[in-house]
Design a protein around this ligand. Structure first.
Ligand SMILES: Cc1cc2nc3c(=O)[nH]c(=O)nc-3n(C[C@H](O)[C@H](O)[C@H](O)COP(=O)(O)OP(=O)(O)OC[C@H]3O[C@@H](n4cnc5c(N)ncnc54)[C@H](O)[C@@H]3O)c2cc1C
Ligand SMILES: *[C@@H]1O[C@H](CO)[C@@H](O)[C@H](O)[C@H]1NC(C)=O
Ligand SMILES: *[C@@H]1O[C@H](CO)[C@@H](O)[C@H](O)[C@H]1NC(C)=O
Ligand SMILES: *[C@@H]1O[C@H](CO)[C@@H](O)[C@H](O)[C@H]1NC(C)=O
Ligand SMILES: *[C@@H]1O[C@H](CO)[C@@H](O)[C@H](O)[C@H]1NC(C)=O
Ligand SMILES: *[C@@H]1O[C@H](CO)[C@@H](O)[C@H](O)[C@H]1NC(C)=O
Ligand SMILES: *[C@@H]1O[C@H](CO)[C@@H](O)[C@H](O)[C@H]1NC(C)=O
Length: 346
């Protein structure tokens, strides 16, 4: 998806005309007060809307935008894109926006299907993109981590795996999805059967609230903290960073892919899967991809939190119709399972 985005970008750059409009020349007093608030606080990475399609504005706007429908000309565009370099700059960006009446649209990984991180119906809005707040601090003593909202799931997984192979984090299968949107909205992945959604494992957060005040869990109170974990991004304030609890994973995890075609009774197999999977032990995760065409085919893709012989024995008992054999499987560790399932199916 990112490759496609970049491709489109290059195309836009090539078609773009010369003569970019200097944003400052068109600023009225309200806009000027806002931009001087930003620059007064040392926030320099501010890119103003431009009429030239070759400007950095569009490059930055589309950098992580996953649903390119929202790149269309008819979709409202932000007055400016602000990329804070630090937590303090993020805090100040929010304060300046509130003070001068600008609606804030937050962006972490930019994967919102609904375009909630790229546009707004509000007449005056800016995007604050936290891509540079991507620090992950893993503490193996407490088995927790602080992760900034702009980190991607891939960065989070990698930082954990750098410290341990016995703990992981239950979140999505797409490595470029952002932490900010994931923890705000839930987060489902291959560990969900055992550990639930990502948001279930948030234990503290740093939030800039609607009044521009920086608060932690204690400061925001339990009601807001509850709402933050699944109530949807952008609704309760701006989350700077999250403290999460890591979850235990075994040293050996087995991943598998099984392809079956129409001649193998694809419909019956899917029906069987529907009745087996919800009641299977929580260490086993099986998802199914059904491909159209003639004949119809399917791929079972999954993971077992344990070694291969145990997996084969289990599947033979509860789902022999899948036809799983050792050649379909690989033993790996947690980070290996994350990479393998992401590479296999995006
Ligand atoms: C290709 C693809 C694969 C996906 N795979 C999975 C998956 O396996 N599992 C799964 O559960 N989901 C998956 N999703 C859905 C994804 O988890 C959600 O769309 C999630 O909200 C994206 O987070 P983000 O940070 O990338 O999004 P963004 O678009 O940046 O943000 C999403 C929402 O959160 C708000 N927000 C962002 N940052 C902050 C912040 N710091 N403070 C407050 N609000 C903020 C935004 O304003 C927006 O409303 C996938 C989406 C795509 C496009
Ligand atoms: C000032 O400029 C901003 C940005 O272009 C615009 O959104 C806003 O409506 C303008 N305000 C007035 C009073 O003209
Ligand atoms: C802001 O940061 C982005 C990401 O690093 C960069 O591409 C862009 O050129 C920067 N813009 C400004 C105005 O500094
Ligand atoms: C993990 O460790 C490697 C090698 O030391 C390093 O290059 C990488 O940046 C680390 N990743 C994270 C996310 O900390
Ligand atoms: C197992 O490993 C082989 C060799 O690296 C690879 O080709 C195959 O796709 C892997 N299978 C799974 C299910 O990950
Ligand atoms: C299984 O099917 C998937 C999806 O069509 C395909 O990408 C993969 O190469 C297939 N694997 C084998 C071993 O046939
Ligand atoms: C397909 O299903 C039919 C009827 O249930 C059964 O007789 C047949 O053996 C199945 N074929 C395969 C390849 O599993």
């Amino acid at each position: 998806m990112r490759t496609f985005g970049l491709f489109l970008l290059l195309w836009l750059v090539n078609l773009g005309g010369r003569g970019a409009v200097v944003a400052y020349s068109s600023q009225n007093a309200t806009a000027l007060a806002f931009t001087s608030c930003l620059s007064g606080n040392g926030i320099e990475n501010v890119t103003f809307k431009s009429s030239s399609s070759s400007s950095n504005y569009y490059t930055l706007l589309e950098f992580s935008l996953q649903n390119l429908r929202y790149a269309k000309e008819s979709v409202p565009k932000p007055y400016a894109l602000i990329v804070p370099e630090s937590r303090d700059q993020l805090h100040k960006s929010v304060q300046c926006s509130i003070q001068h009446g600008w609606q804030i649209v937050m962006r972490s990984g930019g994967h919102s299907y609904e375009g909630l991180s790229s546009n707004s119906q509000a007449p005056n809005f800016v995007i604050i993109d936290v891509m540079k707040l991507e620090r992950v601090e893993v503490d193996m003593k407490s088995k927790t981590a602080w992760v900034e909202s702009g980190a991607t799931l891939g960065q989070l997984y990698s930082a954990i795996a750098n410290k341990t192979s016995l703990y992981g984090f239950p979140a999505g299968v797409c490595a470029t999805v952002g932490v900010g949107g994931t923890l705000s909205g839930g987060g489902l992945g291959l560990l969900a059967r055992k550990y639930g959604v990502s948001a279930d494992h948030v234990i503290d957060a740093l939030l800039v609230d609607a009044n521009g005040k920086l608060v932690d869990r204690k400061g925001m109170g339990e009601d807001v903290f509850w709402a933050l974990r699944g109530g949807g991004g952008g609704s309760w304030g701006v989350v700077v960073a999250w403290q999460i609890r890591l979850v235990k994973v075994p040293p050996v995890i087995t991943v598998f892919n099984v392809n079956r075609t129409g001649n193998d009774n694809v419909t019956e197999l899917v029906e069987r899967w529907q009745s087996v999977e919800p009641f299977a032990p929580e260490d086993l995760y099986i998802r199914v991809f059904v491909f159209g065409g003639s004949p119809v085919s399917l791929t079972f893709n999954g993971m077992y939190l344990g070694p291969l012989p145990q997996l084969l024995k289990l599947v033979n008992e509860i789902f022999p119709e899948m036809g799983l054999v050792a050649a379909d499987c690989n033993e790996t560790d947690w980070i290996g399972s994350v990479i393998s399932t992401a590479v296999a199916n995006g």
